[in-house]
Write a protein that binds this ligand. Structure first.
Ligand code: ADP
Length: 488
């Protein structure tokens, strides 16, 4: 169920703490399965509180020496790591498709995307600089320093098993921090392969530590990471409910938090849009990773004058997407991650149909069975349906008709989420007007694909705190210290 790796040493079955491969203190393990066929592809330590504490201790011990290195020295090691990620891209993609299910071409894309953060922050490591404000005192001078925040922790999801780690870890270690990572229980193998390559790149022991754990163990490890007064920063990508729990758990130690939580992206097609371009953007934004991304469109709002043509073209495009095992060529949609994911998609579709939505295509589990679901298009969707409120995280497009810009904007903003939004328009006045009024951290205009390492990724409202990637991404891991020097 998994093609052979060119470099079999990238498939690890132990966790990585203090520069060494290790088992859980309890010796417990859990299996990693391929969502396409349920086959077991590996097994990793099921760690708990004691292991998490040991990883924190290792990160704390590594911090003084790592933070004392120059940015240029850290940059060189990050650059080595980036080169190794590129050199082993094929194997990393194989591992990712095997444990996560996304089509191999998408996995290759994620490896490149994930590696780009390592390259970017290798460059940024040399560009941390402070400030010398003009003093208001004749006999004193003022200096602002930027220093690494200290030991960090990160908890990451399964939908981007490499990129969600590198987007956090690369800026952290570039800044001089050390870090403990708890990858998602569904996708620990990609995380461990990253660690193997970081080790080969010359990263000193304890700078990054990977603690693997199954669902229950993840809760236990998460609590230790949050409770620890040594851990100064927690970054998390995942669901909004878990983000709230972690925020609460971090309150007693007043930890700095970076949260990338759920989204519920609207996608508005105005009457002056290029219809074919909008359909193309809609297909890319909706069905990528089987709809399992936090920036995937959940709600389409289409002007009445284009509505029927849009729905027809979207349904025709969706019907063309081949569903199957991500290792087969030409596959556009792989399996969903697990049976709960399939249940949620089925529940959203059934709820919409029961409340009067029209099925334009798909609408059921794929005949091949397992965790495969057909690309689906629903029209006549209304605000009372679950799909309009909750993140579906599956290959279902819900389309609503609108008649005025005000109506579309009000509907688009009527949510507690605020991650990504998209709209199509050729009218320059409308482009500015709508872009400014959308209450979202990221807005795609005449495009359905917006992420790269140079752009600040993040949300407003209950979609999270902070920005990742970009020149802003490093600030997250730096503290500002003000020096006031008297007696001049
Ligand atoms: P998803 O729905 O994408 O699985 P989750 O928010 O449930 O999103 O999971 C994202 C990450 O959070 C995973 O690494 C998971 O193990 C971890 N996680 C889930 N619940 C908790 C918790 N209570 N405490 C700490 N980590 C958790």
């Amino acid at each position: 169920s998994m093609p052979e790796l060119n470099d079999p040493a990238l498939l690890r079955n132990q966790a990585y703490v203090d520069g060494a491969w290790c088992a859980a203190a309890s010796a417990a393990t859990f299996e990693v399965t391929n969502p396409a066929d349920g086959a077991v592809i590996g097994s990793v330590p099921d760690m708990g509180a004691a292991d998490a504490q040991r990883a924190i201790d290792a990160a704390a011990a590594a911090f003084p020496a790592w933070s004392a290195r120059t940015g240029k020295e850290r940059a060189a090691i990050l650059r080595n790591w980036f080169n190794l990620l590129e050199a082993h891209a094929a194997d990393l993609a194989t591992l990712m498709t095997a444990e996560q299910g996304k089509p191999l071409a998408e996995a290759r894309g994620e490896v490149a995307y994930g590696a780009s953060f390592v390259e970017w922050f290798a460059e940024e490591a040399k560009r941390v600089s402070g400030d010398v404000p003009g003093s208001t005192w004749k006999d004193k001078r003022m200096v602002v320093l930027k220093q690494p925040i200290g030991v960090c922790a990160s908890i990451t999801p399964w939908n981007f098993p490499i990129a969600m780690i590198t987007r956090k870890v690369a800026p952290a270690i570039a800044a001089g921090c050390t870090i403990v990572i708890k990858p998602a229980e569904q996708t620990p193998l990609s995380a461990l392969a990253l660690a193997e390559l970081a080790h080969r790149a010359g990263l000193p022991p304890g700078v990054i530590n990977i603690v693997t754990a199954n669902a229950a163990g993840s809760v236990e490890v998460g609590r230790v990471l949050c409770d620890s007064p040594v851990v100064r920063h927690l970054s998390f990508t995942g669901s909004t409910p878990v983000g709230r729990i972690l925020m609460q758990q971090c309150a007693p130690t007043v930890k700095k938090l970076a949260l990338e939580l759920g989204g519920h992206a609207p996608f508005i097609v105005f009457e002056d849009a290029d219809l074919d371009a909008a359909v193309e953007g809609a297909l890319a934004s909706k069905y990528r990773n089987a709809g399992q991304t936090c920036v995937c469109t959940n709600r389409f709002y289409v002007h009445a004058s284009l509505h029927d043509a849009f729905v027809q073209k979207l349904a025709a495009g969706a019907a063309q997407i081949r569903v199957g095992n991500g290792f087969e060529s030409g596959i556009g949609i792989g399996p969903l991650i697990d049976s709960q994911a399939v249940d949620k998609v089925q529940d959203h579709v059934a709820d919409a149909l029961a409340k009067g939505a029209t099925l334009e295509g798909g609408g059921r589990a794929h005949p091949m069975g397992g965790l495969f679901y057909e690309p689906t298009v629903l029209s006549n969707v209304s605000a009372d349906m679950k799909i309009m409120r909750e993140e579906t995280f599956g290959p279902v497009a819900a389309v609503v008709k609108f008649t005025s810009e005000e109506e579309a904007l009000a509907a688009a903003n009527d949510t507690d989420f605020g991650l990504a939004a998209y709209f199509y328009s050729r009218d320059i006045g409308r482009v500015w007007r709508v872009a400014e009024k959308l209450e979202y951290g990221m807005v795609g205009i005449n495009t359905g694909i917006i992420s790269n390492e140079v752009a600040p990724f993040g949300g407003v409202k209950q979609s999270g705190l902070g920005r990742e990637g970009s020149r802003y991404g490093m600030d997250e891991y730096l503290e500002i210290k003000y020096l006031c020097i008297g007696g001049i």
